[in-house]
Design a protein around this ligand. Structure first.
Ligand code: ADP
Ligand code: MG
Length: 533
């Protein structure tokens, strides 16, 4: 029970009001001797005041221990008796104090409930009616004026009873609607509390770190996951700035959404999003930061990359072994036949030539492969690329297959690059085009080479009218050792791509099987910046 009980505070008010009433109203009557002569028992009124004061003291003492409802009932019933006593002492029907009963009904309705109001009204009606009846029949020693007849008594009793019940009804109505309102209010309050507890739980139990800061970036709150990730103890630490936890945050004012970086001296990788909290007027009040620990994921990614690298190296080694075994087998066969003897001098001659050509082939594979795996250092210098390209085409044109024409369309191109290596790229692409246009005994074709500069990038296109690239090979043509030719090494395009990537450039192609292929080389003019492709 205690202080919080709403009944108790009302009971206190009742006791206080009664004490006030007794003091002011009755006390002043007695003090100014107003009642003298007018009341039949002025002395008894004094005694009544004494009794009521005594009761007030007892009530006050009981206040902490008593149960509110019965305690209030006892008081109200005693009040009814006290009021009746006062009415009795002050002349019964002629008393000025019958209104007190109405006050008590109102009090019991507000302090206790609707029912109590009706109980009090009934008790008061019965006792008041009985007292006035007894007075009329002169069975109690309360005198009354001779001018009062039976109907006056009846009318007085009737009007008082009506007043008492009407008051009980109205008070009950008021107090129950008041109760309803306070109940809904209470429920709202609990709902609200539940909601805020729920919100707190969500923030506490989410797997990501959640941090809020003020406008300067000082940490205001941190959830449990946040504690675990940052290693901060929110109960102890104070006045820490978010930048000191996540040093990769450069500027809070700069609006950014996502960031990734390291904390605790590189031990942890953190991914985070920051958003500004703003008032309805758009003024910044602070920041919300949601973050998670990416250390494990990063580690896994690195492992994956390493594994992929090893897989690629394995595949490459298998390819090299395969490429070297074939010429080795022919070499061995030829030497074995020579060793066995019994061959004509003509056969010996052709076997020797075969040994030489296979040895050359082996050498070429190894040279090409070395070029791919350990490419020459880039030595960029200002290059007149159009001149270089034209002269390369001129040299190659001399060895073009029958029926193949080269059509250059090259504007002035100045770049910073390694001319020797670029020439090798052009070589490989032109030779591939030649081979595509002379394949399957076709009667040649046209190789259009165009060179243009746009947006700081040089684009050189090699468009042939050859056999084209089978769509199923699209992914593979740049792989080392991928070839569709009997004598091919499959290293040409992989070397070319490697060289262009070293220049910050790229190679792309479009192809239509049976109609032709267009390779596009992109190169940044500076030779350094990543190509805008
Ligand atoms: P190689 O020329 O030794 O075969 P490359 O790396 O130069 O090796 O080329 C790989 C493969 O790409 C070729 O075998 C061929 O199938 C295909 N290819 C390259 N260029 C062209 C082209 N211009 N037209 C058609 N196919 C091409
Ligand atoms: Mg080639």
């Amino acid at each position: 029970m205690g202080k919080t009980d709403p009944h108790m505070s009302k009971i206190k008010a009742l006791i206080a009001f009664r004490a006030f009433f007794v003091t002011v109203l009755l006390g002043s009557f007695a003090f100014f001797s107003i009642g003298n002569g007018a009341f039949p028992y002025p002395k008894a009124v004094f005694n009544l005041i004494e009794v009521l004061y005594g009761l007030t003291i007892i009530y006050a003492l009981l206040l902490q221990r008593a149960k509110p409802k019965p305690f209030a009932y006892v008081q109200v019933v005693l009040d009814v008796f006290a009021a009746l006593a006062l009415i009795y002492f002050t002349g019964g029907i002629e008393s000025w104090f019958s209104f007190l009963l109405i006050l008590i009904v109102i009090a019991s309705g507000t302090v206790i409930d609707k029912r109590a109001a009706f109980v009090t009204a009934s008790l008061s009606s019965i006792l008041y009616g009985a007292m006035l009846d007894l007075q009329y029949w002169r069975m109690i020693p309360v005198p009354y004026g001779l001018v009062l007849y039976e109907k006056d008594f009846l009318y007085n009793i009737f009007s008082n009873i009506v007043a008492l019940y009407v008051c009980a009804y109205l008070t009950g109505q008021l107090s129950s609607s008041l109760e309803r309102t306070s109940l809904t209010l209470e429920k709202r309050l609990t709902d609200f509390r539940k909601l805020s507890v729920f919100n707190k739980e969500v923030a506490e139990n989410m797997p990501s770190g959640l941090m809020t800061t003020d406008a300067e970036g000082r940490i205001l709150s941190l959830n449990r996951a946040g504690e675990a990730i940052t290693g901060l103890d929110r109960a102890v630490e104070e006045d820490i700035r978010i930048q000191s936890i996540f040093p990769f945050i450069k500027d809070l004012n700069k609006p950014f959404e996502r960031a990734e970086g390291e904390m605790s001296g590189g031990k942890k990788t953190i991914g985070l999003t920051i958003s500004a909290m703003k008032t309805a007027q758009g003024e910044p009040t602070g920041y919300i930061c949601i973050f998670s620990d990416l250390t494990e994921i990063k580690k896994m990614q690195q492992e994956m990359q390493l594994r992929q690298k090893w897989a690629a190296i394995g595949e490459l080694s298998a390819n090299i072994a395969h490429e070297i075994r074939n010429p080795l087998a022919s070499l061995r066969g030829a030497v074995e036949m020579l060793h066995r003897g019994g061959t004509s001098s003509e056969q010996q001659e052709s076997l020797m030539l075969m040994v030489l050509s296979e040895a050359d082939r082996l050498n070429r594979i190894i040279t090409d492969f070395l070029m791919y795996s350990r490419p020459a250092k880039n030595e960029p210098e200002p290059v007149e690329l159009d001149v270089l390209l034209k002269s390369t085409l001129e040299i190659l044109g001399k060895s073009a297959p029958a029926g193949v024409v080269i059509r250059p369309d090259i504007e002035t191109l100045r770049v910073t690059a390694d001319p020797g290596r670029l020439q090798q790229v052009f070589y490989n692409l032109v030779l591939n085009a030649f081979e595509a246009m002379s394949a399957n005994g076709s009667a040649g074709g046209v190789l259009t080479v165009s060179g243009k500069k746009e947006n700081g990038v040089v684009r050189i296109k090699f468009a042939d009218t050859g056999q084209g690239i089978d769509p199923k090979d699209t992914e593979k043509v740049f792989f080392p050792f991928f070839t569709t030719k009997d004598a091919g090494t499959g290293l040409g395009l992989s070397i070319a791509l490697r060289i262009m990537e070293d220049h910050g450039g790229n190679i792309r192609f479009r192809s239509e099987p049976g109609r032709g292929t267009e390779f596009t080389v992109t190169l940044p003019v500076s030779g350094k910046a990543p190509a805008n492709v």
